[in-house]
Design a protein around this ligand. Sequence first.
Ligand SMILES: CN(C)C(=N)NCCC[C@H](N)C(=O)O
Length: 288
Amino acid sequence: MPVEEFVAGWISGAVGLVLGHPFDTVKVRLQTQNTYRGIVDCVLKTYRHESLLGFFKGMSFPIASVALVNSVLFGVYSNTLMALTTTSHQERRAQPPSYTNIFIAGCTGGLLQAYCLAPFDLIKVRLQNQTEPRVQPGSHQPRYRGPVHCAASIFREEGPQGLFRGSWALVLRDTPTLGMYFVTYEGLCRQYTPEGQNPSSATVLVAGGFAGIASWITATPFDVIKSRMQMDGLKGRKYRGMLDCMASSFRQEGVGVFFRGMTLNSARAFPVNAVTFLSYEYLLRLWR
Ligand SMILES: CN(C)C(=N)NCCC[C@H](N)C(=O)O
C-alpha cells in the first residue's frame, strides 16, 4: 500500500487548513447563531470582541487530526482507485481511469474520512462558537477551556455517542461531494494538460481550487444541518434528529437557510484546495 499517498494527504491538508480556518470560523458562526447581520458584521464583532485570535478558535484539534483525516481521504481515494483500475498514482497519467471509477473512489474516501472527522469537527464547531474573549483572571469563563476539556465534557455530559453528534449529516455532506471533488479535479487537469503528461503547477492550482468550490457549493446545505446538529445538545436538545433539524430550520428561516455560509465556503475553498492539491502532487512527485 503506497504510504506516501497518506503522508502527502496529511501535509497538504495541514497547509490548507491554517489558511482557511478564519473563513471557517465566520461561516460556522453564521450558520449556527442568529445574532449577526452578515459576513461583515460577524467579522467586525469577532475582531472587536475577541481580537484576531477569535478567528483561530478551535484550530488545534483540526491541525492534530488533519494527519488522520486527510491521509484517510487521499489514501483511501488513491488505493480504491488502484483496486478498481490496477494503476498506481504514477501510471495514472498514461492510463487515465474512468470518471465513474474516480467518483466511486472519491465517495469511498469521503465516507471513511467523515467517520474519522466527526468527533474532531464537533469539537472545532463547539469551540468556534464560544464568543468570549481570551480568558483573563476573574473574567467570565467560557464553557470549554480548550479542546481536551471540550471532548471530556461532551463525553461526560452527552455520553460517547455525543462525540458523534451530527455525523449522519457529515456523512451525507462528504460522500457524494468528495466523489464530485475528485472528478472535477481530474476533469480540469485532463482538459488543460497534454495527454500523458503531468499537469503544470498552475493547472493543479486552478483545478484544485475549482474542485474545492464545486464540492463546497453542493455540500453547503448538509454543512448547515451538520453544524446545527453539532451545536444541539449544548443547552438541551432542540431537534429530534437530522430530519427534524432540516424541517424546523426550513419552517423558521425559509429555504435560504440551506445556503447560509455558501459564499464563505466557496471563498475559503479556492485557496485551501488549490494549496492542498498542489502540495499533494508536489510531494508525490518528490518521493517518486
Ligand atoms: C466538500 N467537502 C467536504 C470537501 N471538499 N472536502 C474535502 C476538503 C478538503 C479541504 N480540507 C477543505 O476543507 O476544503
